[in-house]
Write a protein that binds this ligand. Structure first.
Ligand code: B12
Length: 321
């Protein structure tokens, strides 16, 4: 084939004329005479010329000729086909949604999930959540996309713009995704264990999975007891697992009598194992928790990590003596 220069993947070079007329005739199925006639009459194709006046056709010329030929085969007159193809070629390409920064990508991912929830479109929701999982490390995905989405869903449900059905659909799908991610990021051969559970009346388990991702990032194996963990169940788990730390999660504030009985039960269950309480409602129980030897987890992840490392170091110093 009469090709003048080598192929290039550089898009800027695709418009360079490099094919002789016979080659173009073979590639497009349009005869050399017709190519010359179309050029003269309609300006398609528009080859460049070599120093010795040979026509040189570019990839774009070839694409345009093929389009004119297809339209003609469909019954359109060549003059009209050429006009259609030229108009199409001049139209600006549709804008591609390409976020400029990670923050934009995260905001767009939140929006996609919320749109799917608004439409009650389970398939779309599934695909928006899957897409979000690829936008960074697990902790970033959770904290920059899934947590703000859940918070927005809660706010919309509270103001009445989302139904309970929509809230459940989203919570279920996002919750499942987070559980799945946690299984993937559990560090192998970890030599420290965090035992995690929700308070006995607590169904909000996704916040606990969110914090489990942090523990996994810090090299902890996490053993999950999940929602509604009674005090006796924690006692049994502590005895069996012998964790380095216990983390309890609380989103809804229990009534005072219930809070007292649960905190007493959890303190007893943990014995000498350090235990911390986190979640939106945790600070409200600060006094009772610290009276029984527990600690309210700071919400700043850096401070939380320092606290956890300090508690582990203190425990290992105590067990050495
Ligand atoms: C999903 C959801 C549900 C789901 C939960 C499903 C599940 N598997 O988790 C279902 C449908 C079951 C549910 C039920 C209810 N819900 Co609800 N729910 C929510 C929603 C939308 C999201 C919760 C969530 O996952 N948040 C996302 C995470 C990231 O939250 P987070 O607290 O920030 O978690 C971080 C920290 O707190 C911390 N953390 C958390 N735990 C721990 C533990 C440790 C050890 C550490 C260190 C840190 C830590 O780390 C986490 C990760 O960064 C919230 C809205 C909201 N704003 O939270 C309402 C919300 C929490 N629910 C609410 C209510 C009222 C209820 C119900 C009472 C409704 C009803 N009438 O039945 C019930 C209560 C059930 C119960 N007994 O627990 C209210 C609570 C208001 C209040 N404070 O009293 C909220 C705030 C909605 C609202 N705007 O009114 N809910």
């Amino acid at each position: 084939m009469a090709k003048v220069s080598e192929d290039s993947n550089n898009p800027d070079e695709r418009d360079v004329g490099r094919y002789r007329i016979q080659a173009v005739a073979e590639m497009t199925g349009v005869s050399a005479a017709t190519l010359r006639a179309w050029e003269r009459r309609y300006g398609i194709p528009s080859p460049s010329r070599t120093a010795s006046a040979y026509r040189l056709y570019s990839d774009r010329d070839i694409a345009l000729v093929r389009q004119v030929r297809e339209l003609c085969e469909g019954g359109m007159a060549p003059s009209q086909a050429a006009q259609v193809v030229l108009t199409r070629d001049e139209a600006p390409p549709p804008p591609i949604e390409r976020p400029a920064t990670d923050a934009d990508a995260h905001a767009l991912a939140v929006q996609r999930i919320l749109d799917a929830v608004d439409r009650f479109d389970a398939d779309q929701l599934e695909s928006a959540v899957k897409h979000a999982l690829f936008l960074g490390p697990s902790v970033t995905v959770f904290e920059a996309i899934l947590a703000p989405t859940l918070n927005a869903i809660g706010a919309r449900w509270e103001e009445g713009s989302l139904s309970v059905g929509q809230e459940h659909l989203a919570a279920e799908l996002i919750g499942n995704a987070v559980r799945y991610v946690l299984r993937l990021v559990q560090p192998e051969g970890a030599n420290r264990v965090a035992l995690l559970a929700c308070f006995a009346d607590e169904e909000h388990v996704t916040p606990l999975y969110g914090i489990a991702l942090r523990f996994a990032e810090w090299g902890f194996k996490t053993v999950m007891l999940g929602g509604r963990t009674p005090t006796y169940a924690l006692r049994h788990a502590v005895a069996e697992v012998n964790p380095d730390i216990v983390g309890l999660s609380l989103t809804i504030t229990p009534p005072p009598y219930r809070a007292r009985e649960l905190i007493d039960g959890y303190a007893e269950a943990c014995g000498q194992i350090p235990w911390i309480v986190g979640g939106k409602a945790a600070p409200e129980l600060g006094e009772q928790v610290s009276e029984r030897g527990g600690i309210i987890a700071p919400s700043d992840p850096r401070l939380l990590r320092e606290l956890v490392e300090r508690l582990l170091a203190a425990r290992s110093a105590a067990t050495r003596h």
